[in-house]
Design a protein around this ligand. Structure first.
Ligand SMILES: CC(C)(COP(=O)(O)OP(=O)(O)OC[C@H]1O[C@@H](n2cnc3c(N)ncnc32)[C@H](O)[C@@H]1OP(=O)(O)O)[C@@H](O)C(=O)NCCC(=O)NCCS
Length: 252
């Protein structure tokens, strides 16, 4: 269903930002490209719902290490900034994640030069009451389905500090392989991160048939993709089925 149409003087015009129609659904979670209302609600998760004092799952000067309005402003302006930079050359897709109709967290994917390198990286968080029930794994499974099946990715990458066992657990459970290490900063100082890589081939072994992507076709040109988001010849022989630009699709 197309939601983002504009009606001016009774004339219906196509969506200016068709990503607002993009959603990915699994039997357990619904990921919808985040609206401003979603981003405001998710910015408010910087109140200890995700990260308590002393916990350091994120690198850099994350808004999760702040409290009060400054934390929420940093969170939402960070998302707005990334949304406004989104183009074929670099894009950032933020999704509000709902389970049983409840807003439980956020799942992002980001890519640079995607049409050429076909690589995405992911970021996510869940509010504490919803953890340990497989929802983190489910939302990552949804986003990599979008990346590999919907967009024709060849590689999905994920990094986690060595003490972030749930994040590493998701990667391992979904077939990612260890891909080296890096050192990144967090409030207590530099710390080691593990890198994980999921190739298209390994994703294909585990790919699910119960994940549905809706509203993608109209966004493909915005992301630098043509109507067939097929990987470069030689990189991977798999054919990615993406329906024609401008059509409504319902893919599984
Ligand atoms: C990372 C996060 C999204 C994981 O969500 P979750 O719903 O708790 O994780 P799941 O229940 O889906 O577990 C995923 C896998 O990790 C494993 N796992 C979870 N916690 C674990 C732990 N403490 N030790 C070892 N394995 C663990 C699970 O067993 C599962 O693997 P399995 O399917 O093989 O059993 C959540 O913990 C979170 O929001 N953390 C704070 C933010 C963060 O760290 N984000 C990621 C960094 S960008």
């Amino acid at each position: 269903m197309v939601r983002s149409v504009a009606r001016v003087s009774g004339v219906v015009t196509p969506a200016v930002w068709p990503l607002f129609d993009l959603q990915v659904e699994t039997p357990r979670v619904e990921l919808r490209y985040a609206t401003d209302d979603d981003l405001q609600a998710l910015a408010a998760f910087r109140d200890g719902r995700v990260v308590e004092v002393g916990e350091e799952p994120f690198d850099g000067d994350s808004s999760f290490y702040m409290r009060g309005p400054q934390a929420r402003w940093k969170a939402i302006t960070g998302e707005w900034g990334a949304r406004s930079r989104t183009s074929a050359a670099w894009w950032h897709l933020a999704f509000a994640v709902r389970a049983d109709g409840e807003l439980v967290g956020q799942q992002n994917i980001t890519a640079g030069e995607f049409p050429q390198v076909r690589t995405v990286s992911s970021f996510s968080f869940l509010a504490k009451p919803y953890r340990g029930q497989g929802l983190g794994k489910e939302m990552r499974a949804a986003i990599i389905h979008l990346a590999f099946h919907g967009l024709g990715a060849l590689r999905a990458e994920s990094d986690a500090f060595v003490d972030n066992l749930p994040s590493a657990g998701i990667s391992t459970a979904l077939g990612y392989e260890p891909n080296g290490t890096l050192v990144a900063t967090r409030p207590s100082g530099p710390a080691l991160m593990r890198r994980f890589l999921l190739t298209r081939e390994r994703w294909g072994v585990r790919r699910r048939d119960d994940i549905q992507i809706d509203g993608l076709a109209a966004s493909l040109p915005l992301l630098g993709l043509t109507e067939t988001a097929e990987p470069e010849p030689g990189a991977d022989a798999a054919v990615v089925e993406v329906s024609g630009v401008g059509e409504e699709e319902s893919e599984t």
